[in-house]
Design a protein around this ligand. Structure first.
Ligand SMILES: C[S@@+](CC[C@H](N)C(=O)[O-])C[C@H]1O[C@@H](n2cnc3c(N)ncnc32)[C@H](O)[C@@H]1O
Length: 209
């Protein structure tokens, strides 16, 4: 297992993409973080696009981002955030803070982790009982798009997009780790007929029993 991510191509690409997000995605980010309180762990923060959406009821965000170019941008975003954010430059797998968190935030990241089942179990372990996993992830679709996703995942997509996999059953992974999903829905960011592998998002709240 690596303890950093070194991907200059993806870092450049994501820096551009995350600075020009459609309003629909920004609304989903705000929805994903609404009502959070206390101490939060954010997994794979990228350029820190979420930071501006944390409500002021959050007392601290510990953000993990292993790609050093993205971590540098996340630190800039942290300095401008309305809540205290620190950026830890390692992978989530290496993260060893033993204090319990009130919430964990994952957005557009469980697609890029090598072993999402193991990481989601790890996230369960760092939450206090009753703590929440807030997730906003693109997920496996059905039918023709599922076939497109499998082809994308077996060919260029993960190489182009920082190990991103489009055909992941992330909600099943979350439930399988032991979370109870209390609120969840699917949202299309492109019309269903547009032939792109990443179009269907899952957004939800999962609670540690
Ligand atoms: C598509 S970007 C999404 C960034 C951010 N979560 C967002 O919503 O904009 C995926 C991020 O996950 C990070 N990442 C990849 N593997 C990781 C790991 N093992 N631990 C933590 N972060 C990881 C990448 O460096 C990248 O910044």
């Amino acid at each position: 297992m690596n303890d950093t991510v070194d991907n200059p191509f993806f870092a450049r690409l994501w820096t551009v993409m995350s600075s020009r997000e459609p309003e629909a995605l920004r609304r989903l980010r705000a929805e994903n973080l609404a009502g959070l309180t206390g101490r939060v762990l954010e997994v794979g923060a990228g350029t820190g696009t979420n930071f501006e959406f944390y409500p002021d009821t959050v007392t601290e965000v510990v953000a993990v981002e292993p790609e050093r170019r993205l971590a540098a941008l996340a630190r800039d975003a942290a300095a401008a955030a309305q809540v205290p954010v620190t950026v830890d430059a390692g992978t989530v797998e290496q993260f060893t803070d033993s204090a319990q968190f009130d919430a964990v935030v994952c957005s557009l990241v469980l697609c890029s982790i090598d072993d999402p089942e193991a990481v989601v179990r790890q996230l369960l372990s760092v939450l206090r009982p009753g703590g929440q996993l807030r997730y906003l992830e693109h997920v496996a679709s059905a039918g023709t798009r599922a076939r497109l996703q499998r082809v994308a995942d077996a060919t260029v997509w993960p190489r182009l997009f920082g190990n991103c996999h489009t055909h992941r059953h992330t909600e099943q992974t979350i439930v399988g780790a032991g979370f109870e999903v209390t609120d969840a829905r699917r949202q299309w960011t492109f019309p269903a007929w547009v032939p792109v592998p990443v179009a269907e998002f899952a957004i939800g709240v999962a609670v540690k029993p």
